[in-house]
Design a protein around this ligand. Structure first.
Ligand code: PRP
Ligand code: MG
Ligand code: ZN
Length: 210
């Protein structure tokens, strides 16, 4: 039996479940359960917070997982990556209030920036030679400017509607992301074989979609 961790609720949840189903893997889907077992493939699904998935896979609590590259790279867990999955594409962007007269990145010198991705943001700012104060918060980042917590934000943008509804405009793209399959480094031979079977099915699904 192989254990896969996927996001419980959020941008990746639906696409992750869809991929598993397209692989012909059936399971009883109860939104209240945090764990389900497939009825026709040796796979157990754990529903977790996306931020927790790389750590659980690194520790072997889950054998494999589906997570955004944004979370994986922020947590310094790139070594767990097996392959990019081509869905849940998004970007990590800097945004400012839409009325701001933003010219270029140097405008962010000395400013307060709220984000859940301090490492990715710091790397980008350093590369651009900008010194700003990074304020790390775990969620609802987009409201930070309107409540006076920050001058700018750095968060995930997909459709862009969260930015618009919070009166913000995207000004810099920091990182491009998509869903990635990750795996524990020390899988048993039995688990490795199940993963091979799963990858074979994933590749067939991907080929059919091209
Ligand atoms: C991101 C981000 C926004 C939303 C943006 O959250 O924090 O809330 O997606 O999407 P939009 O541009 O389509 O409006 P994410 O799903 O990554 O969840 P999390 O931050 O709660 O983990
Ligand atoms: Mg999250
Ligand atoms: Zn701070």
């Amino acid at each position: 039996m192989l254990r896969i961790a996927i996001q419980k609720s959020g941008r990746l949840s639906e696409d992750s479940l869809k991929l598993i189903k397209e692989c012909g893997i059936s399971f009883i889907n109860s939104s209240l359960k945090l764990k389900t077992e497939s009825t026709n493939f040796p796979l157990e699904i754990l529903y977790l917070r996306d931020d927790d998935i790389p750590g659980y896979v690194a520790d072997g609590v889950a054998d494999i997982g589906i997570v955004g590259e944004n979370v994986l790279v922020e947590e310094g867990m790139q070594h767990l990556a097996v392959e990019q999955l081509g869905f849940s594409k998004c970007r990590l962007s800097l945004a400012v209030p839409k009325g701001d007269n933003y010219q270029d990145i140097s405008d962010l010198n000395g400013k307060n920036i709220a984000t859940s991705y301090p490492k990715l943001l710091q790397a980008y700012l350093s590369e651009k030679g900008v010194e700003a104060h990074i304020h790390t918060i775990s969620g609802s980042v987009e409201i930070a400017p309107s409540i006076g917590l920050a001058d700018a934000i750095c968060d995930i943008v997909s459709s862009g509607s969260t930015l618009i509804s919070n009166g913000l405009k995207e000004v810099e793209r920091v990182f491009k992301s998509q869903a990635v399959l990750i795996a524990n480094k020390e899988l048993s031979e039995e688990k490795r074989q199940i993963l091979e079977k799963l990858l074979f099915r994933i590749h067939a699904v991907q080929r059919a979609q091209r």
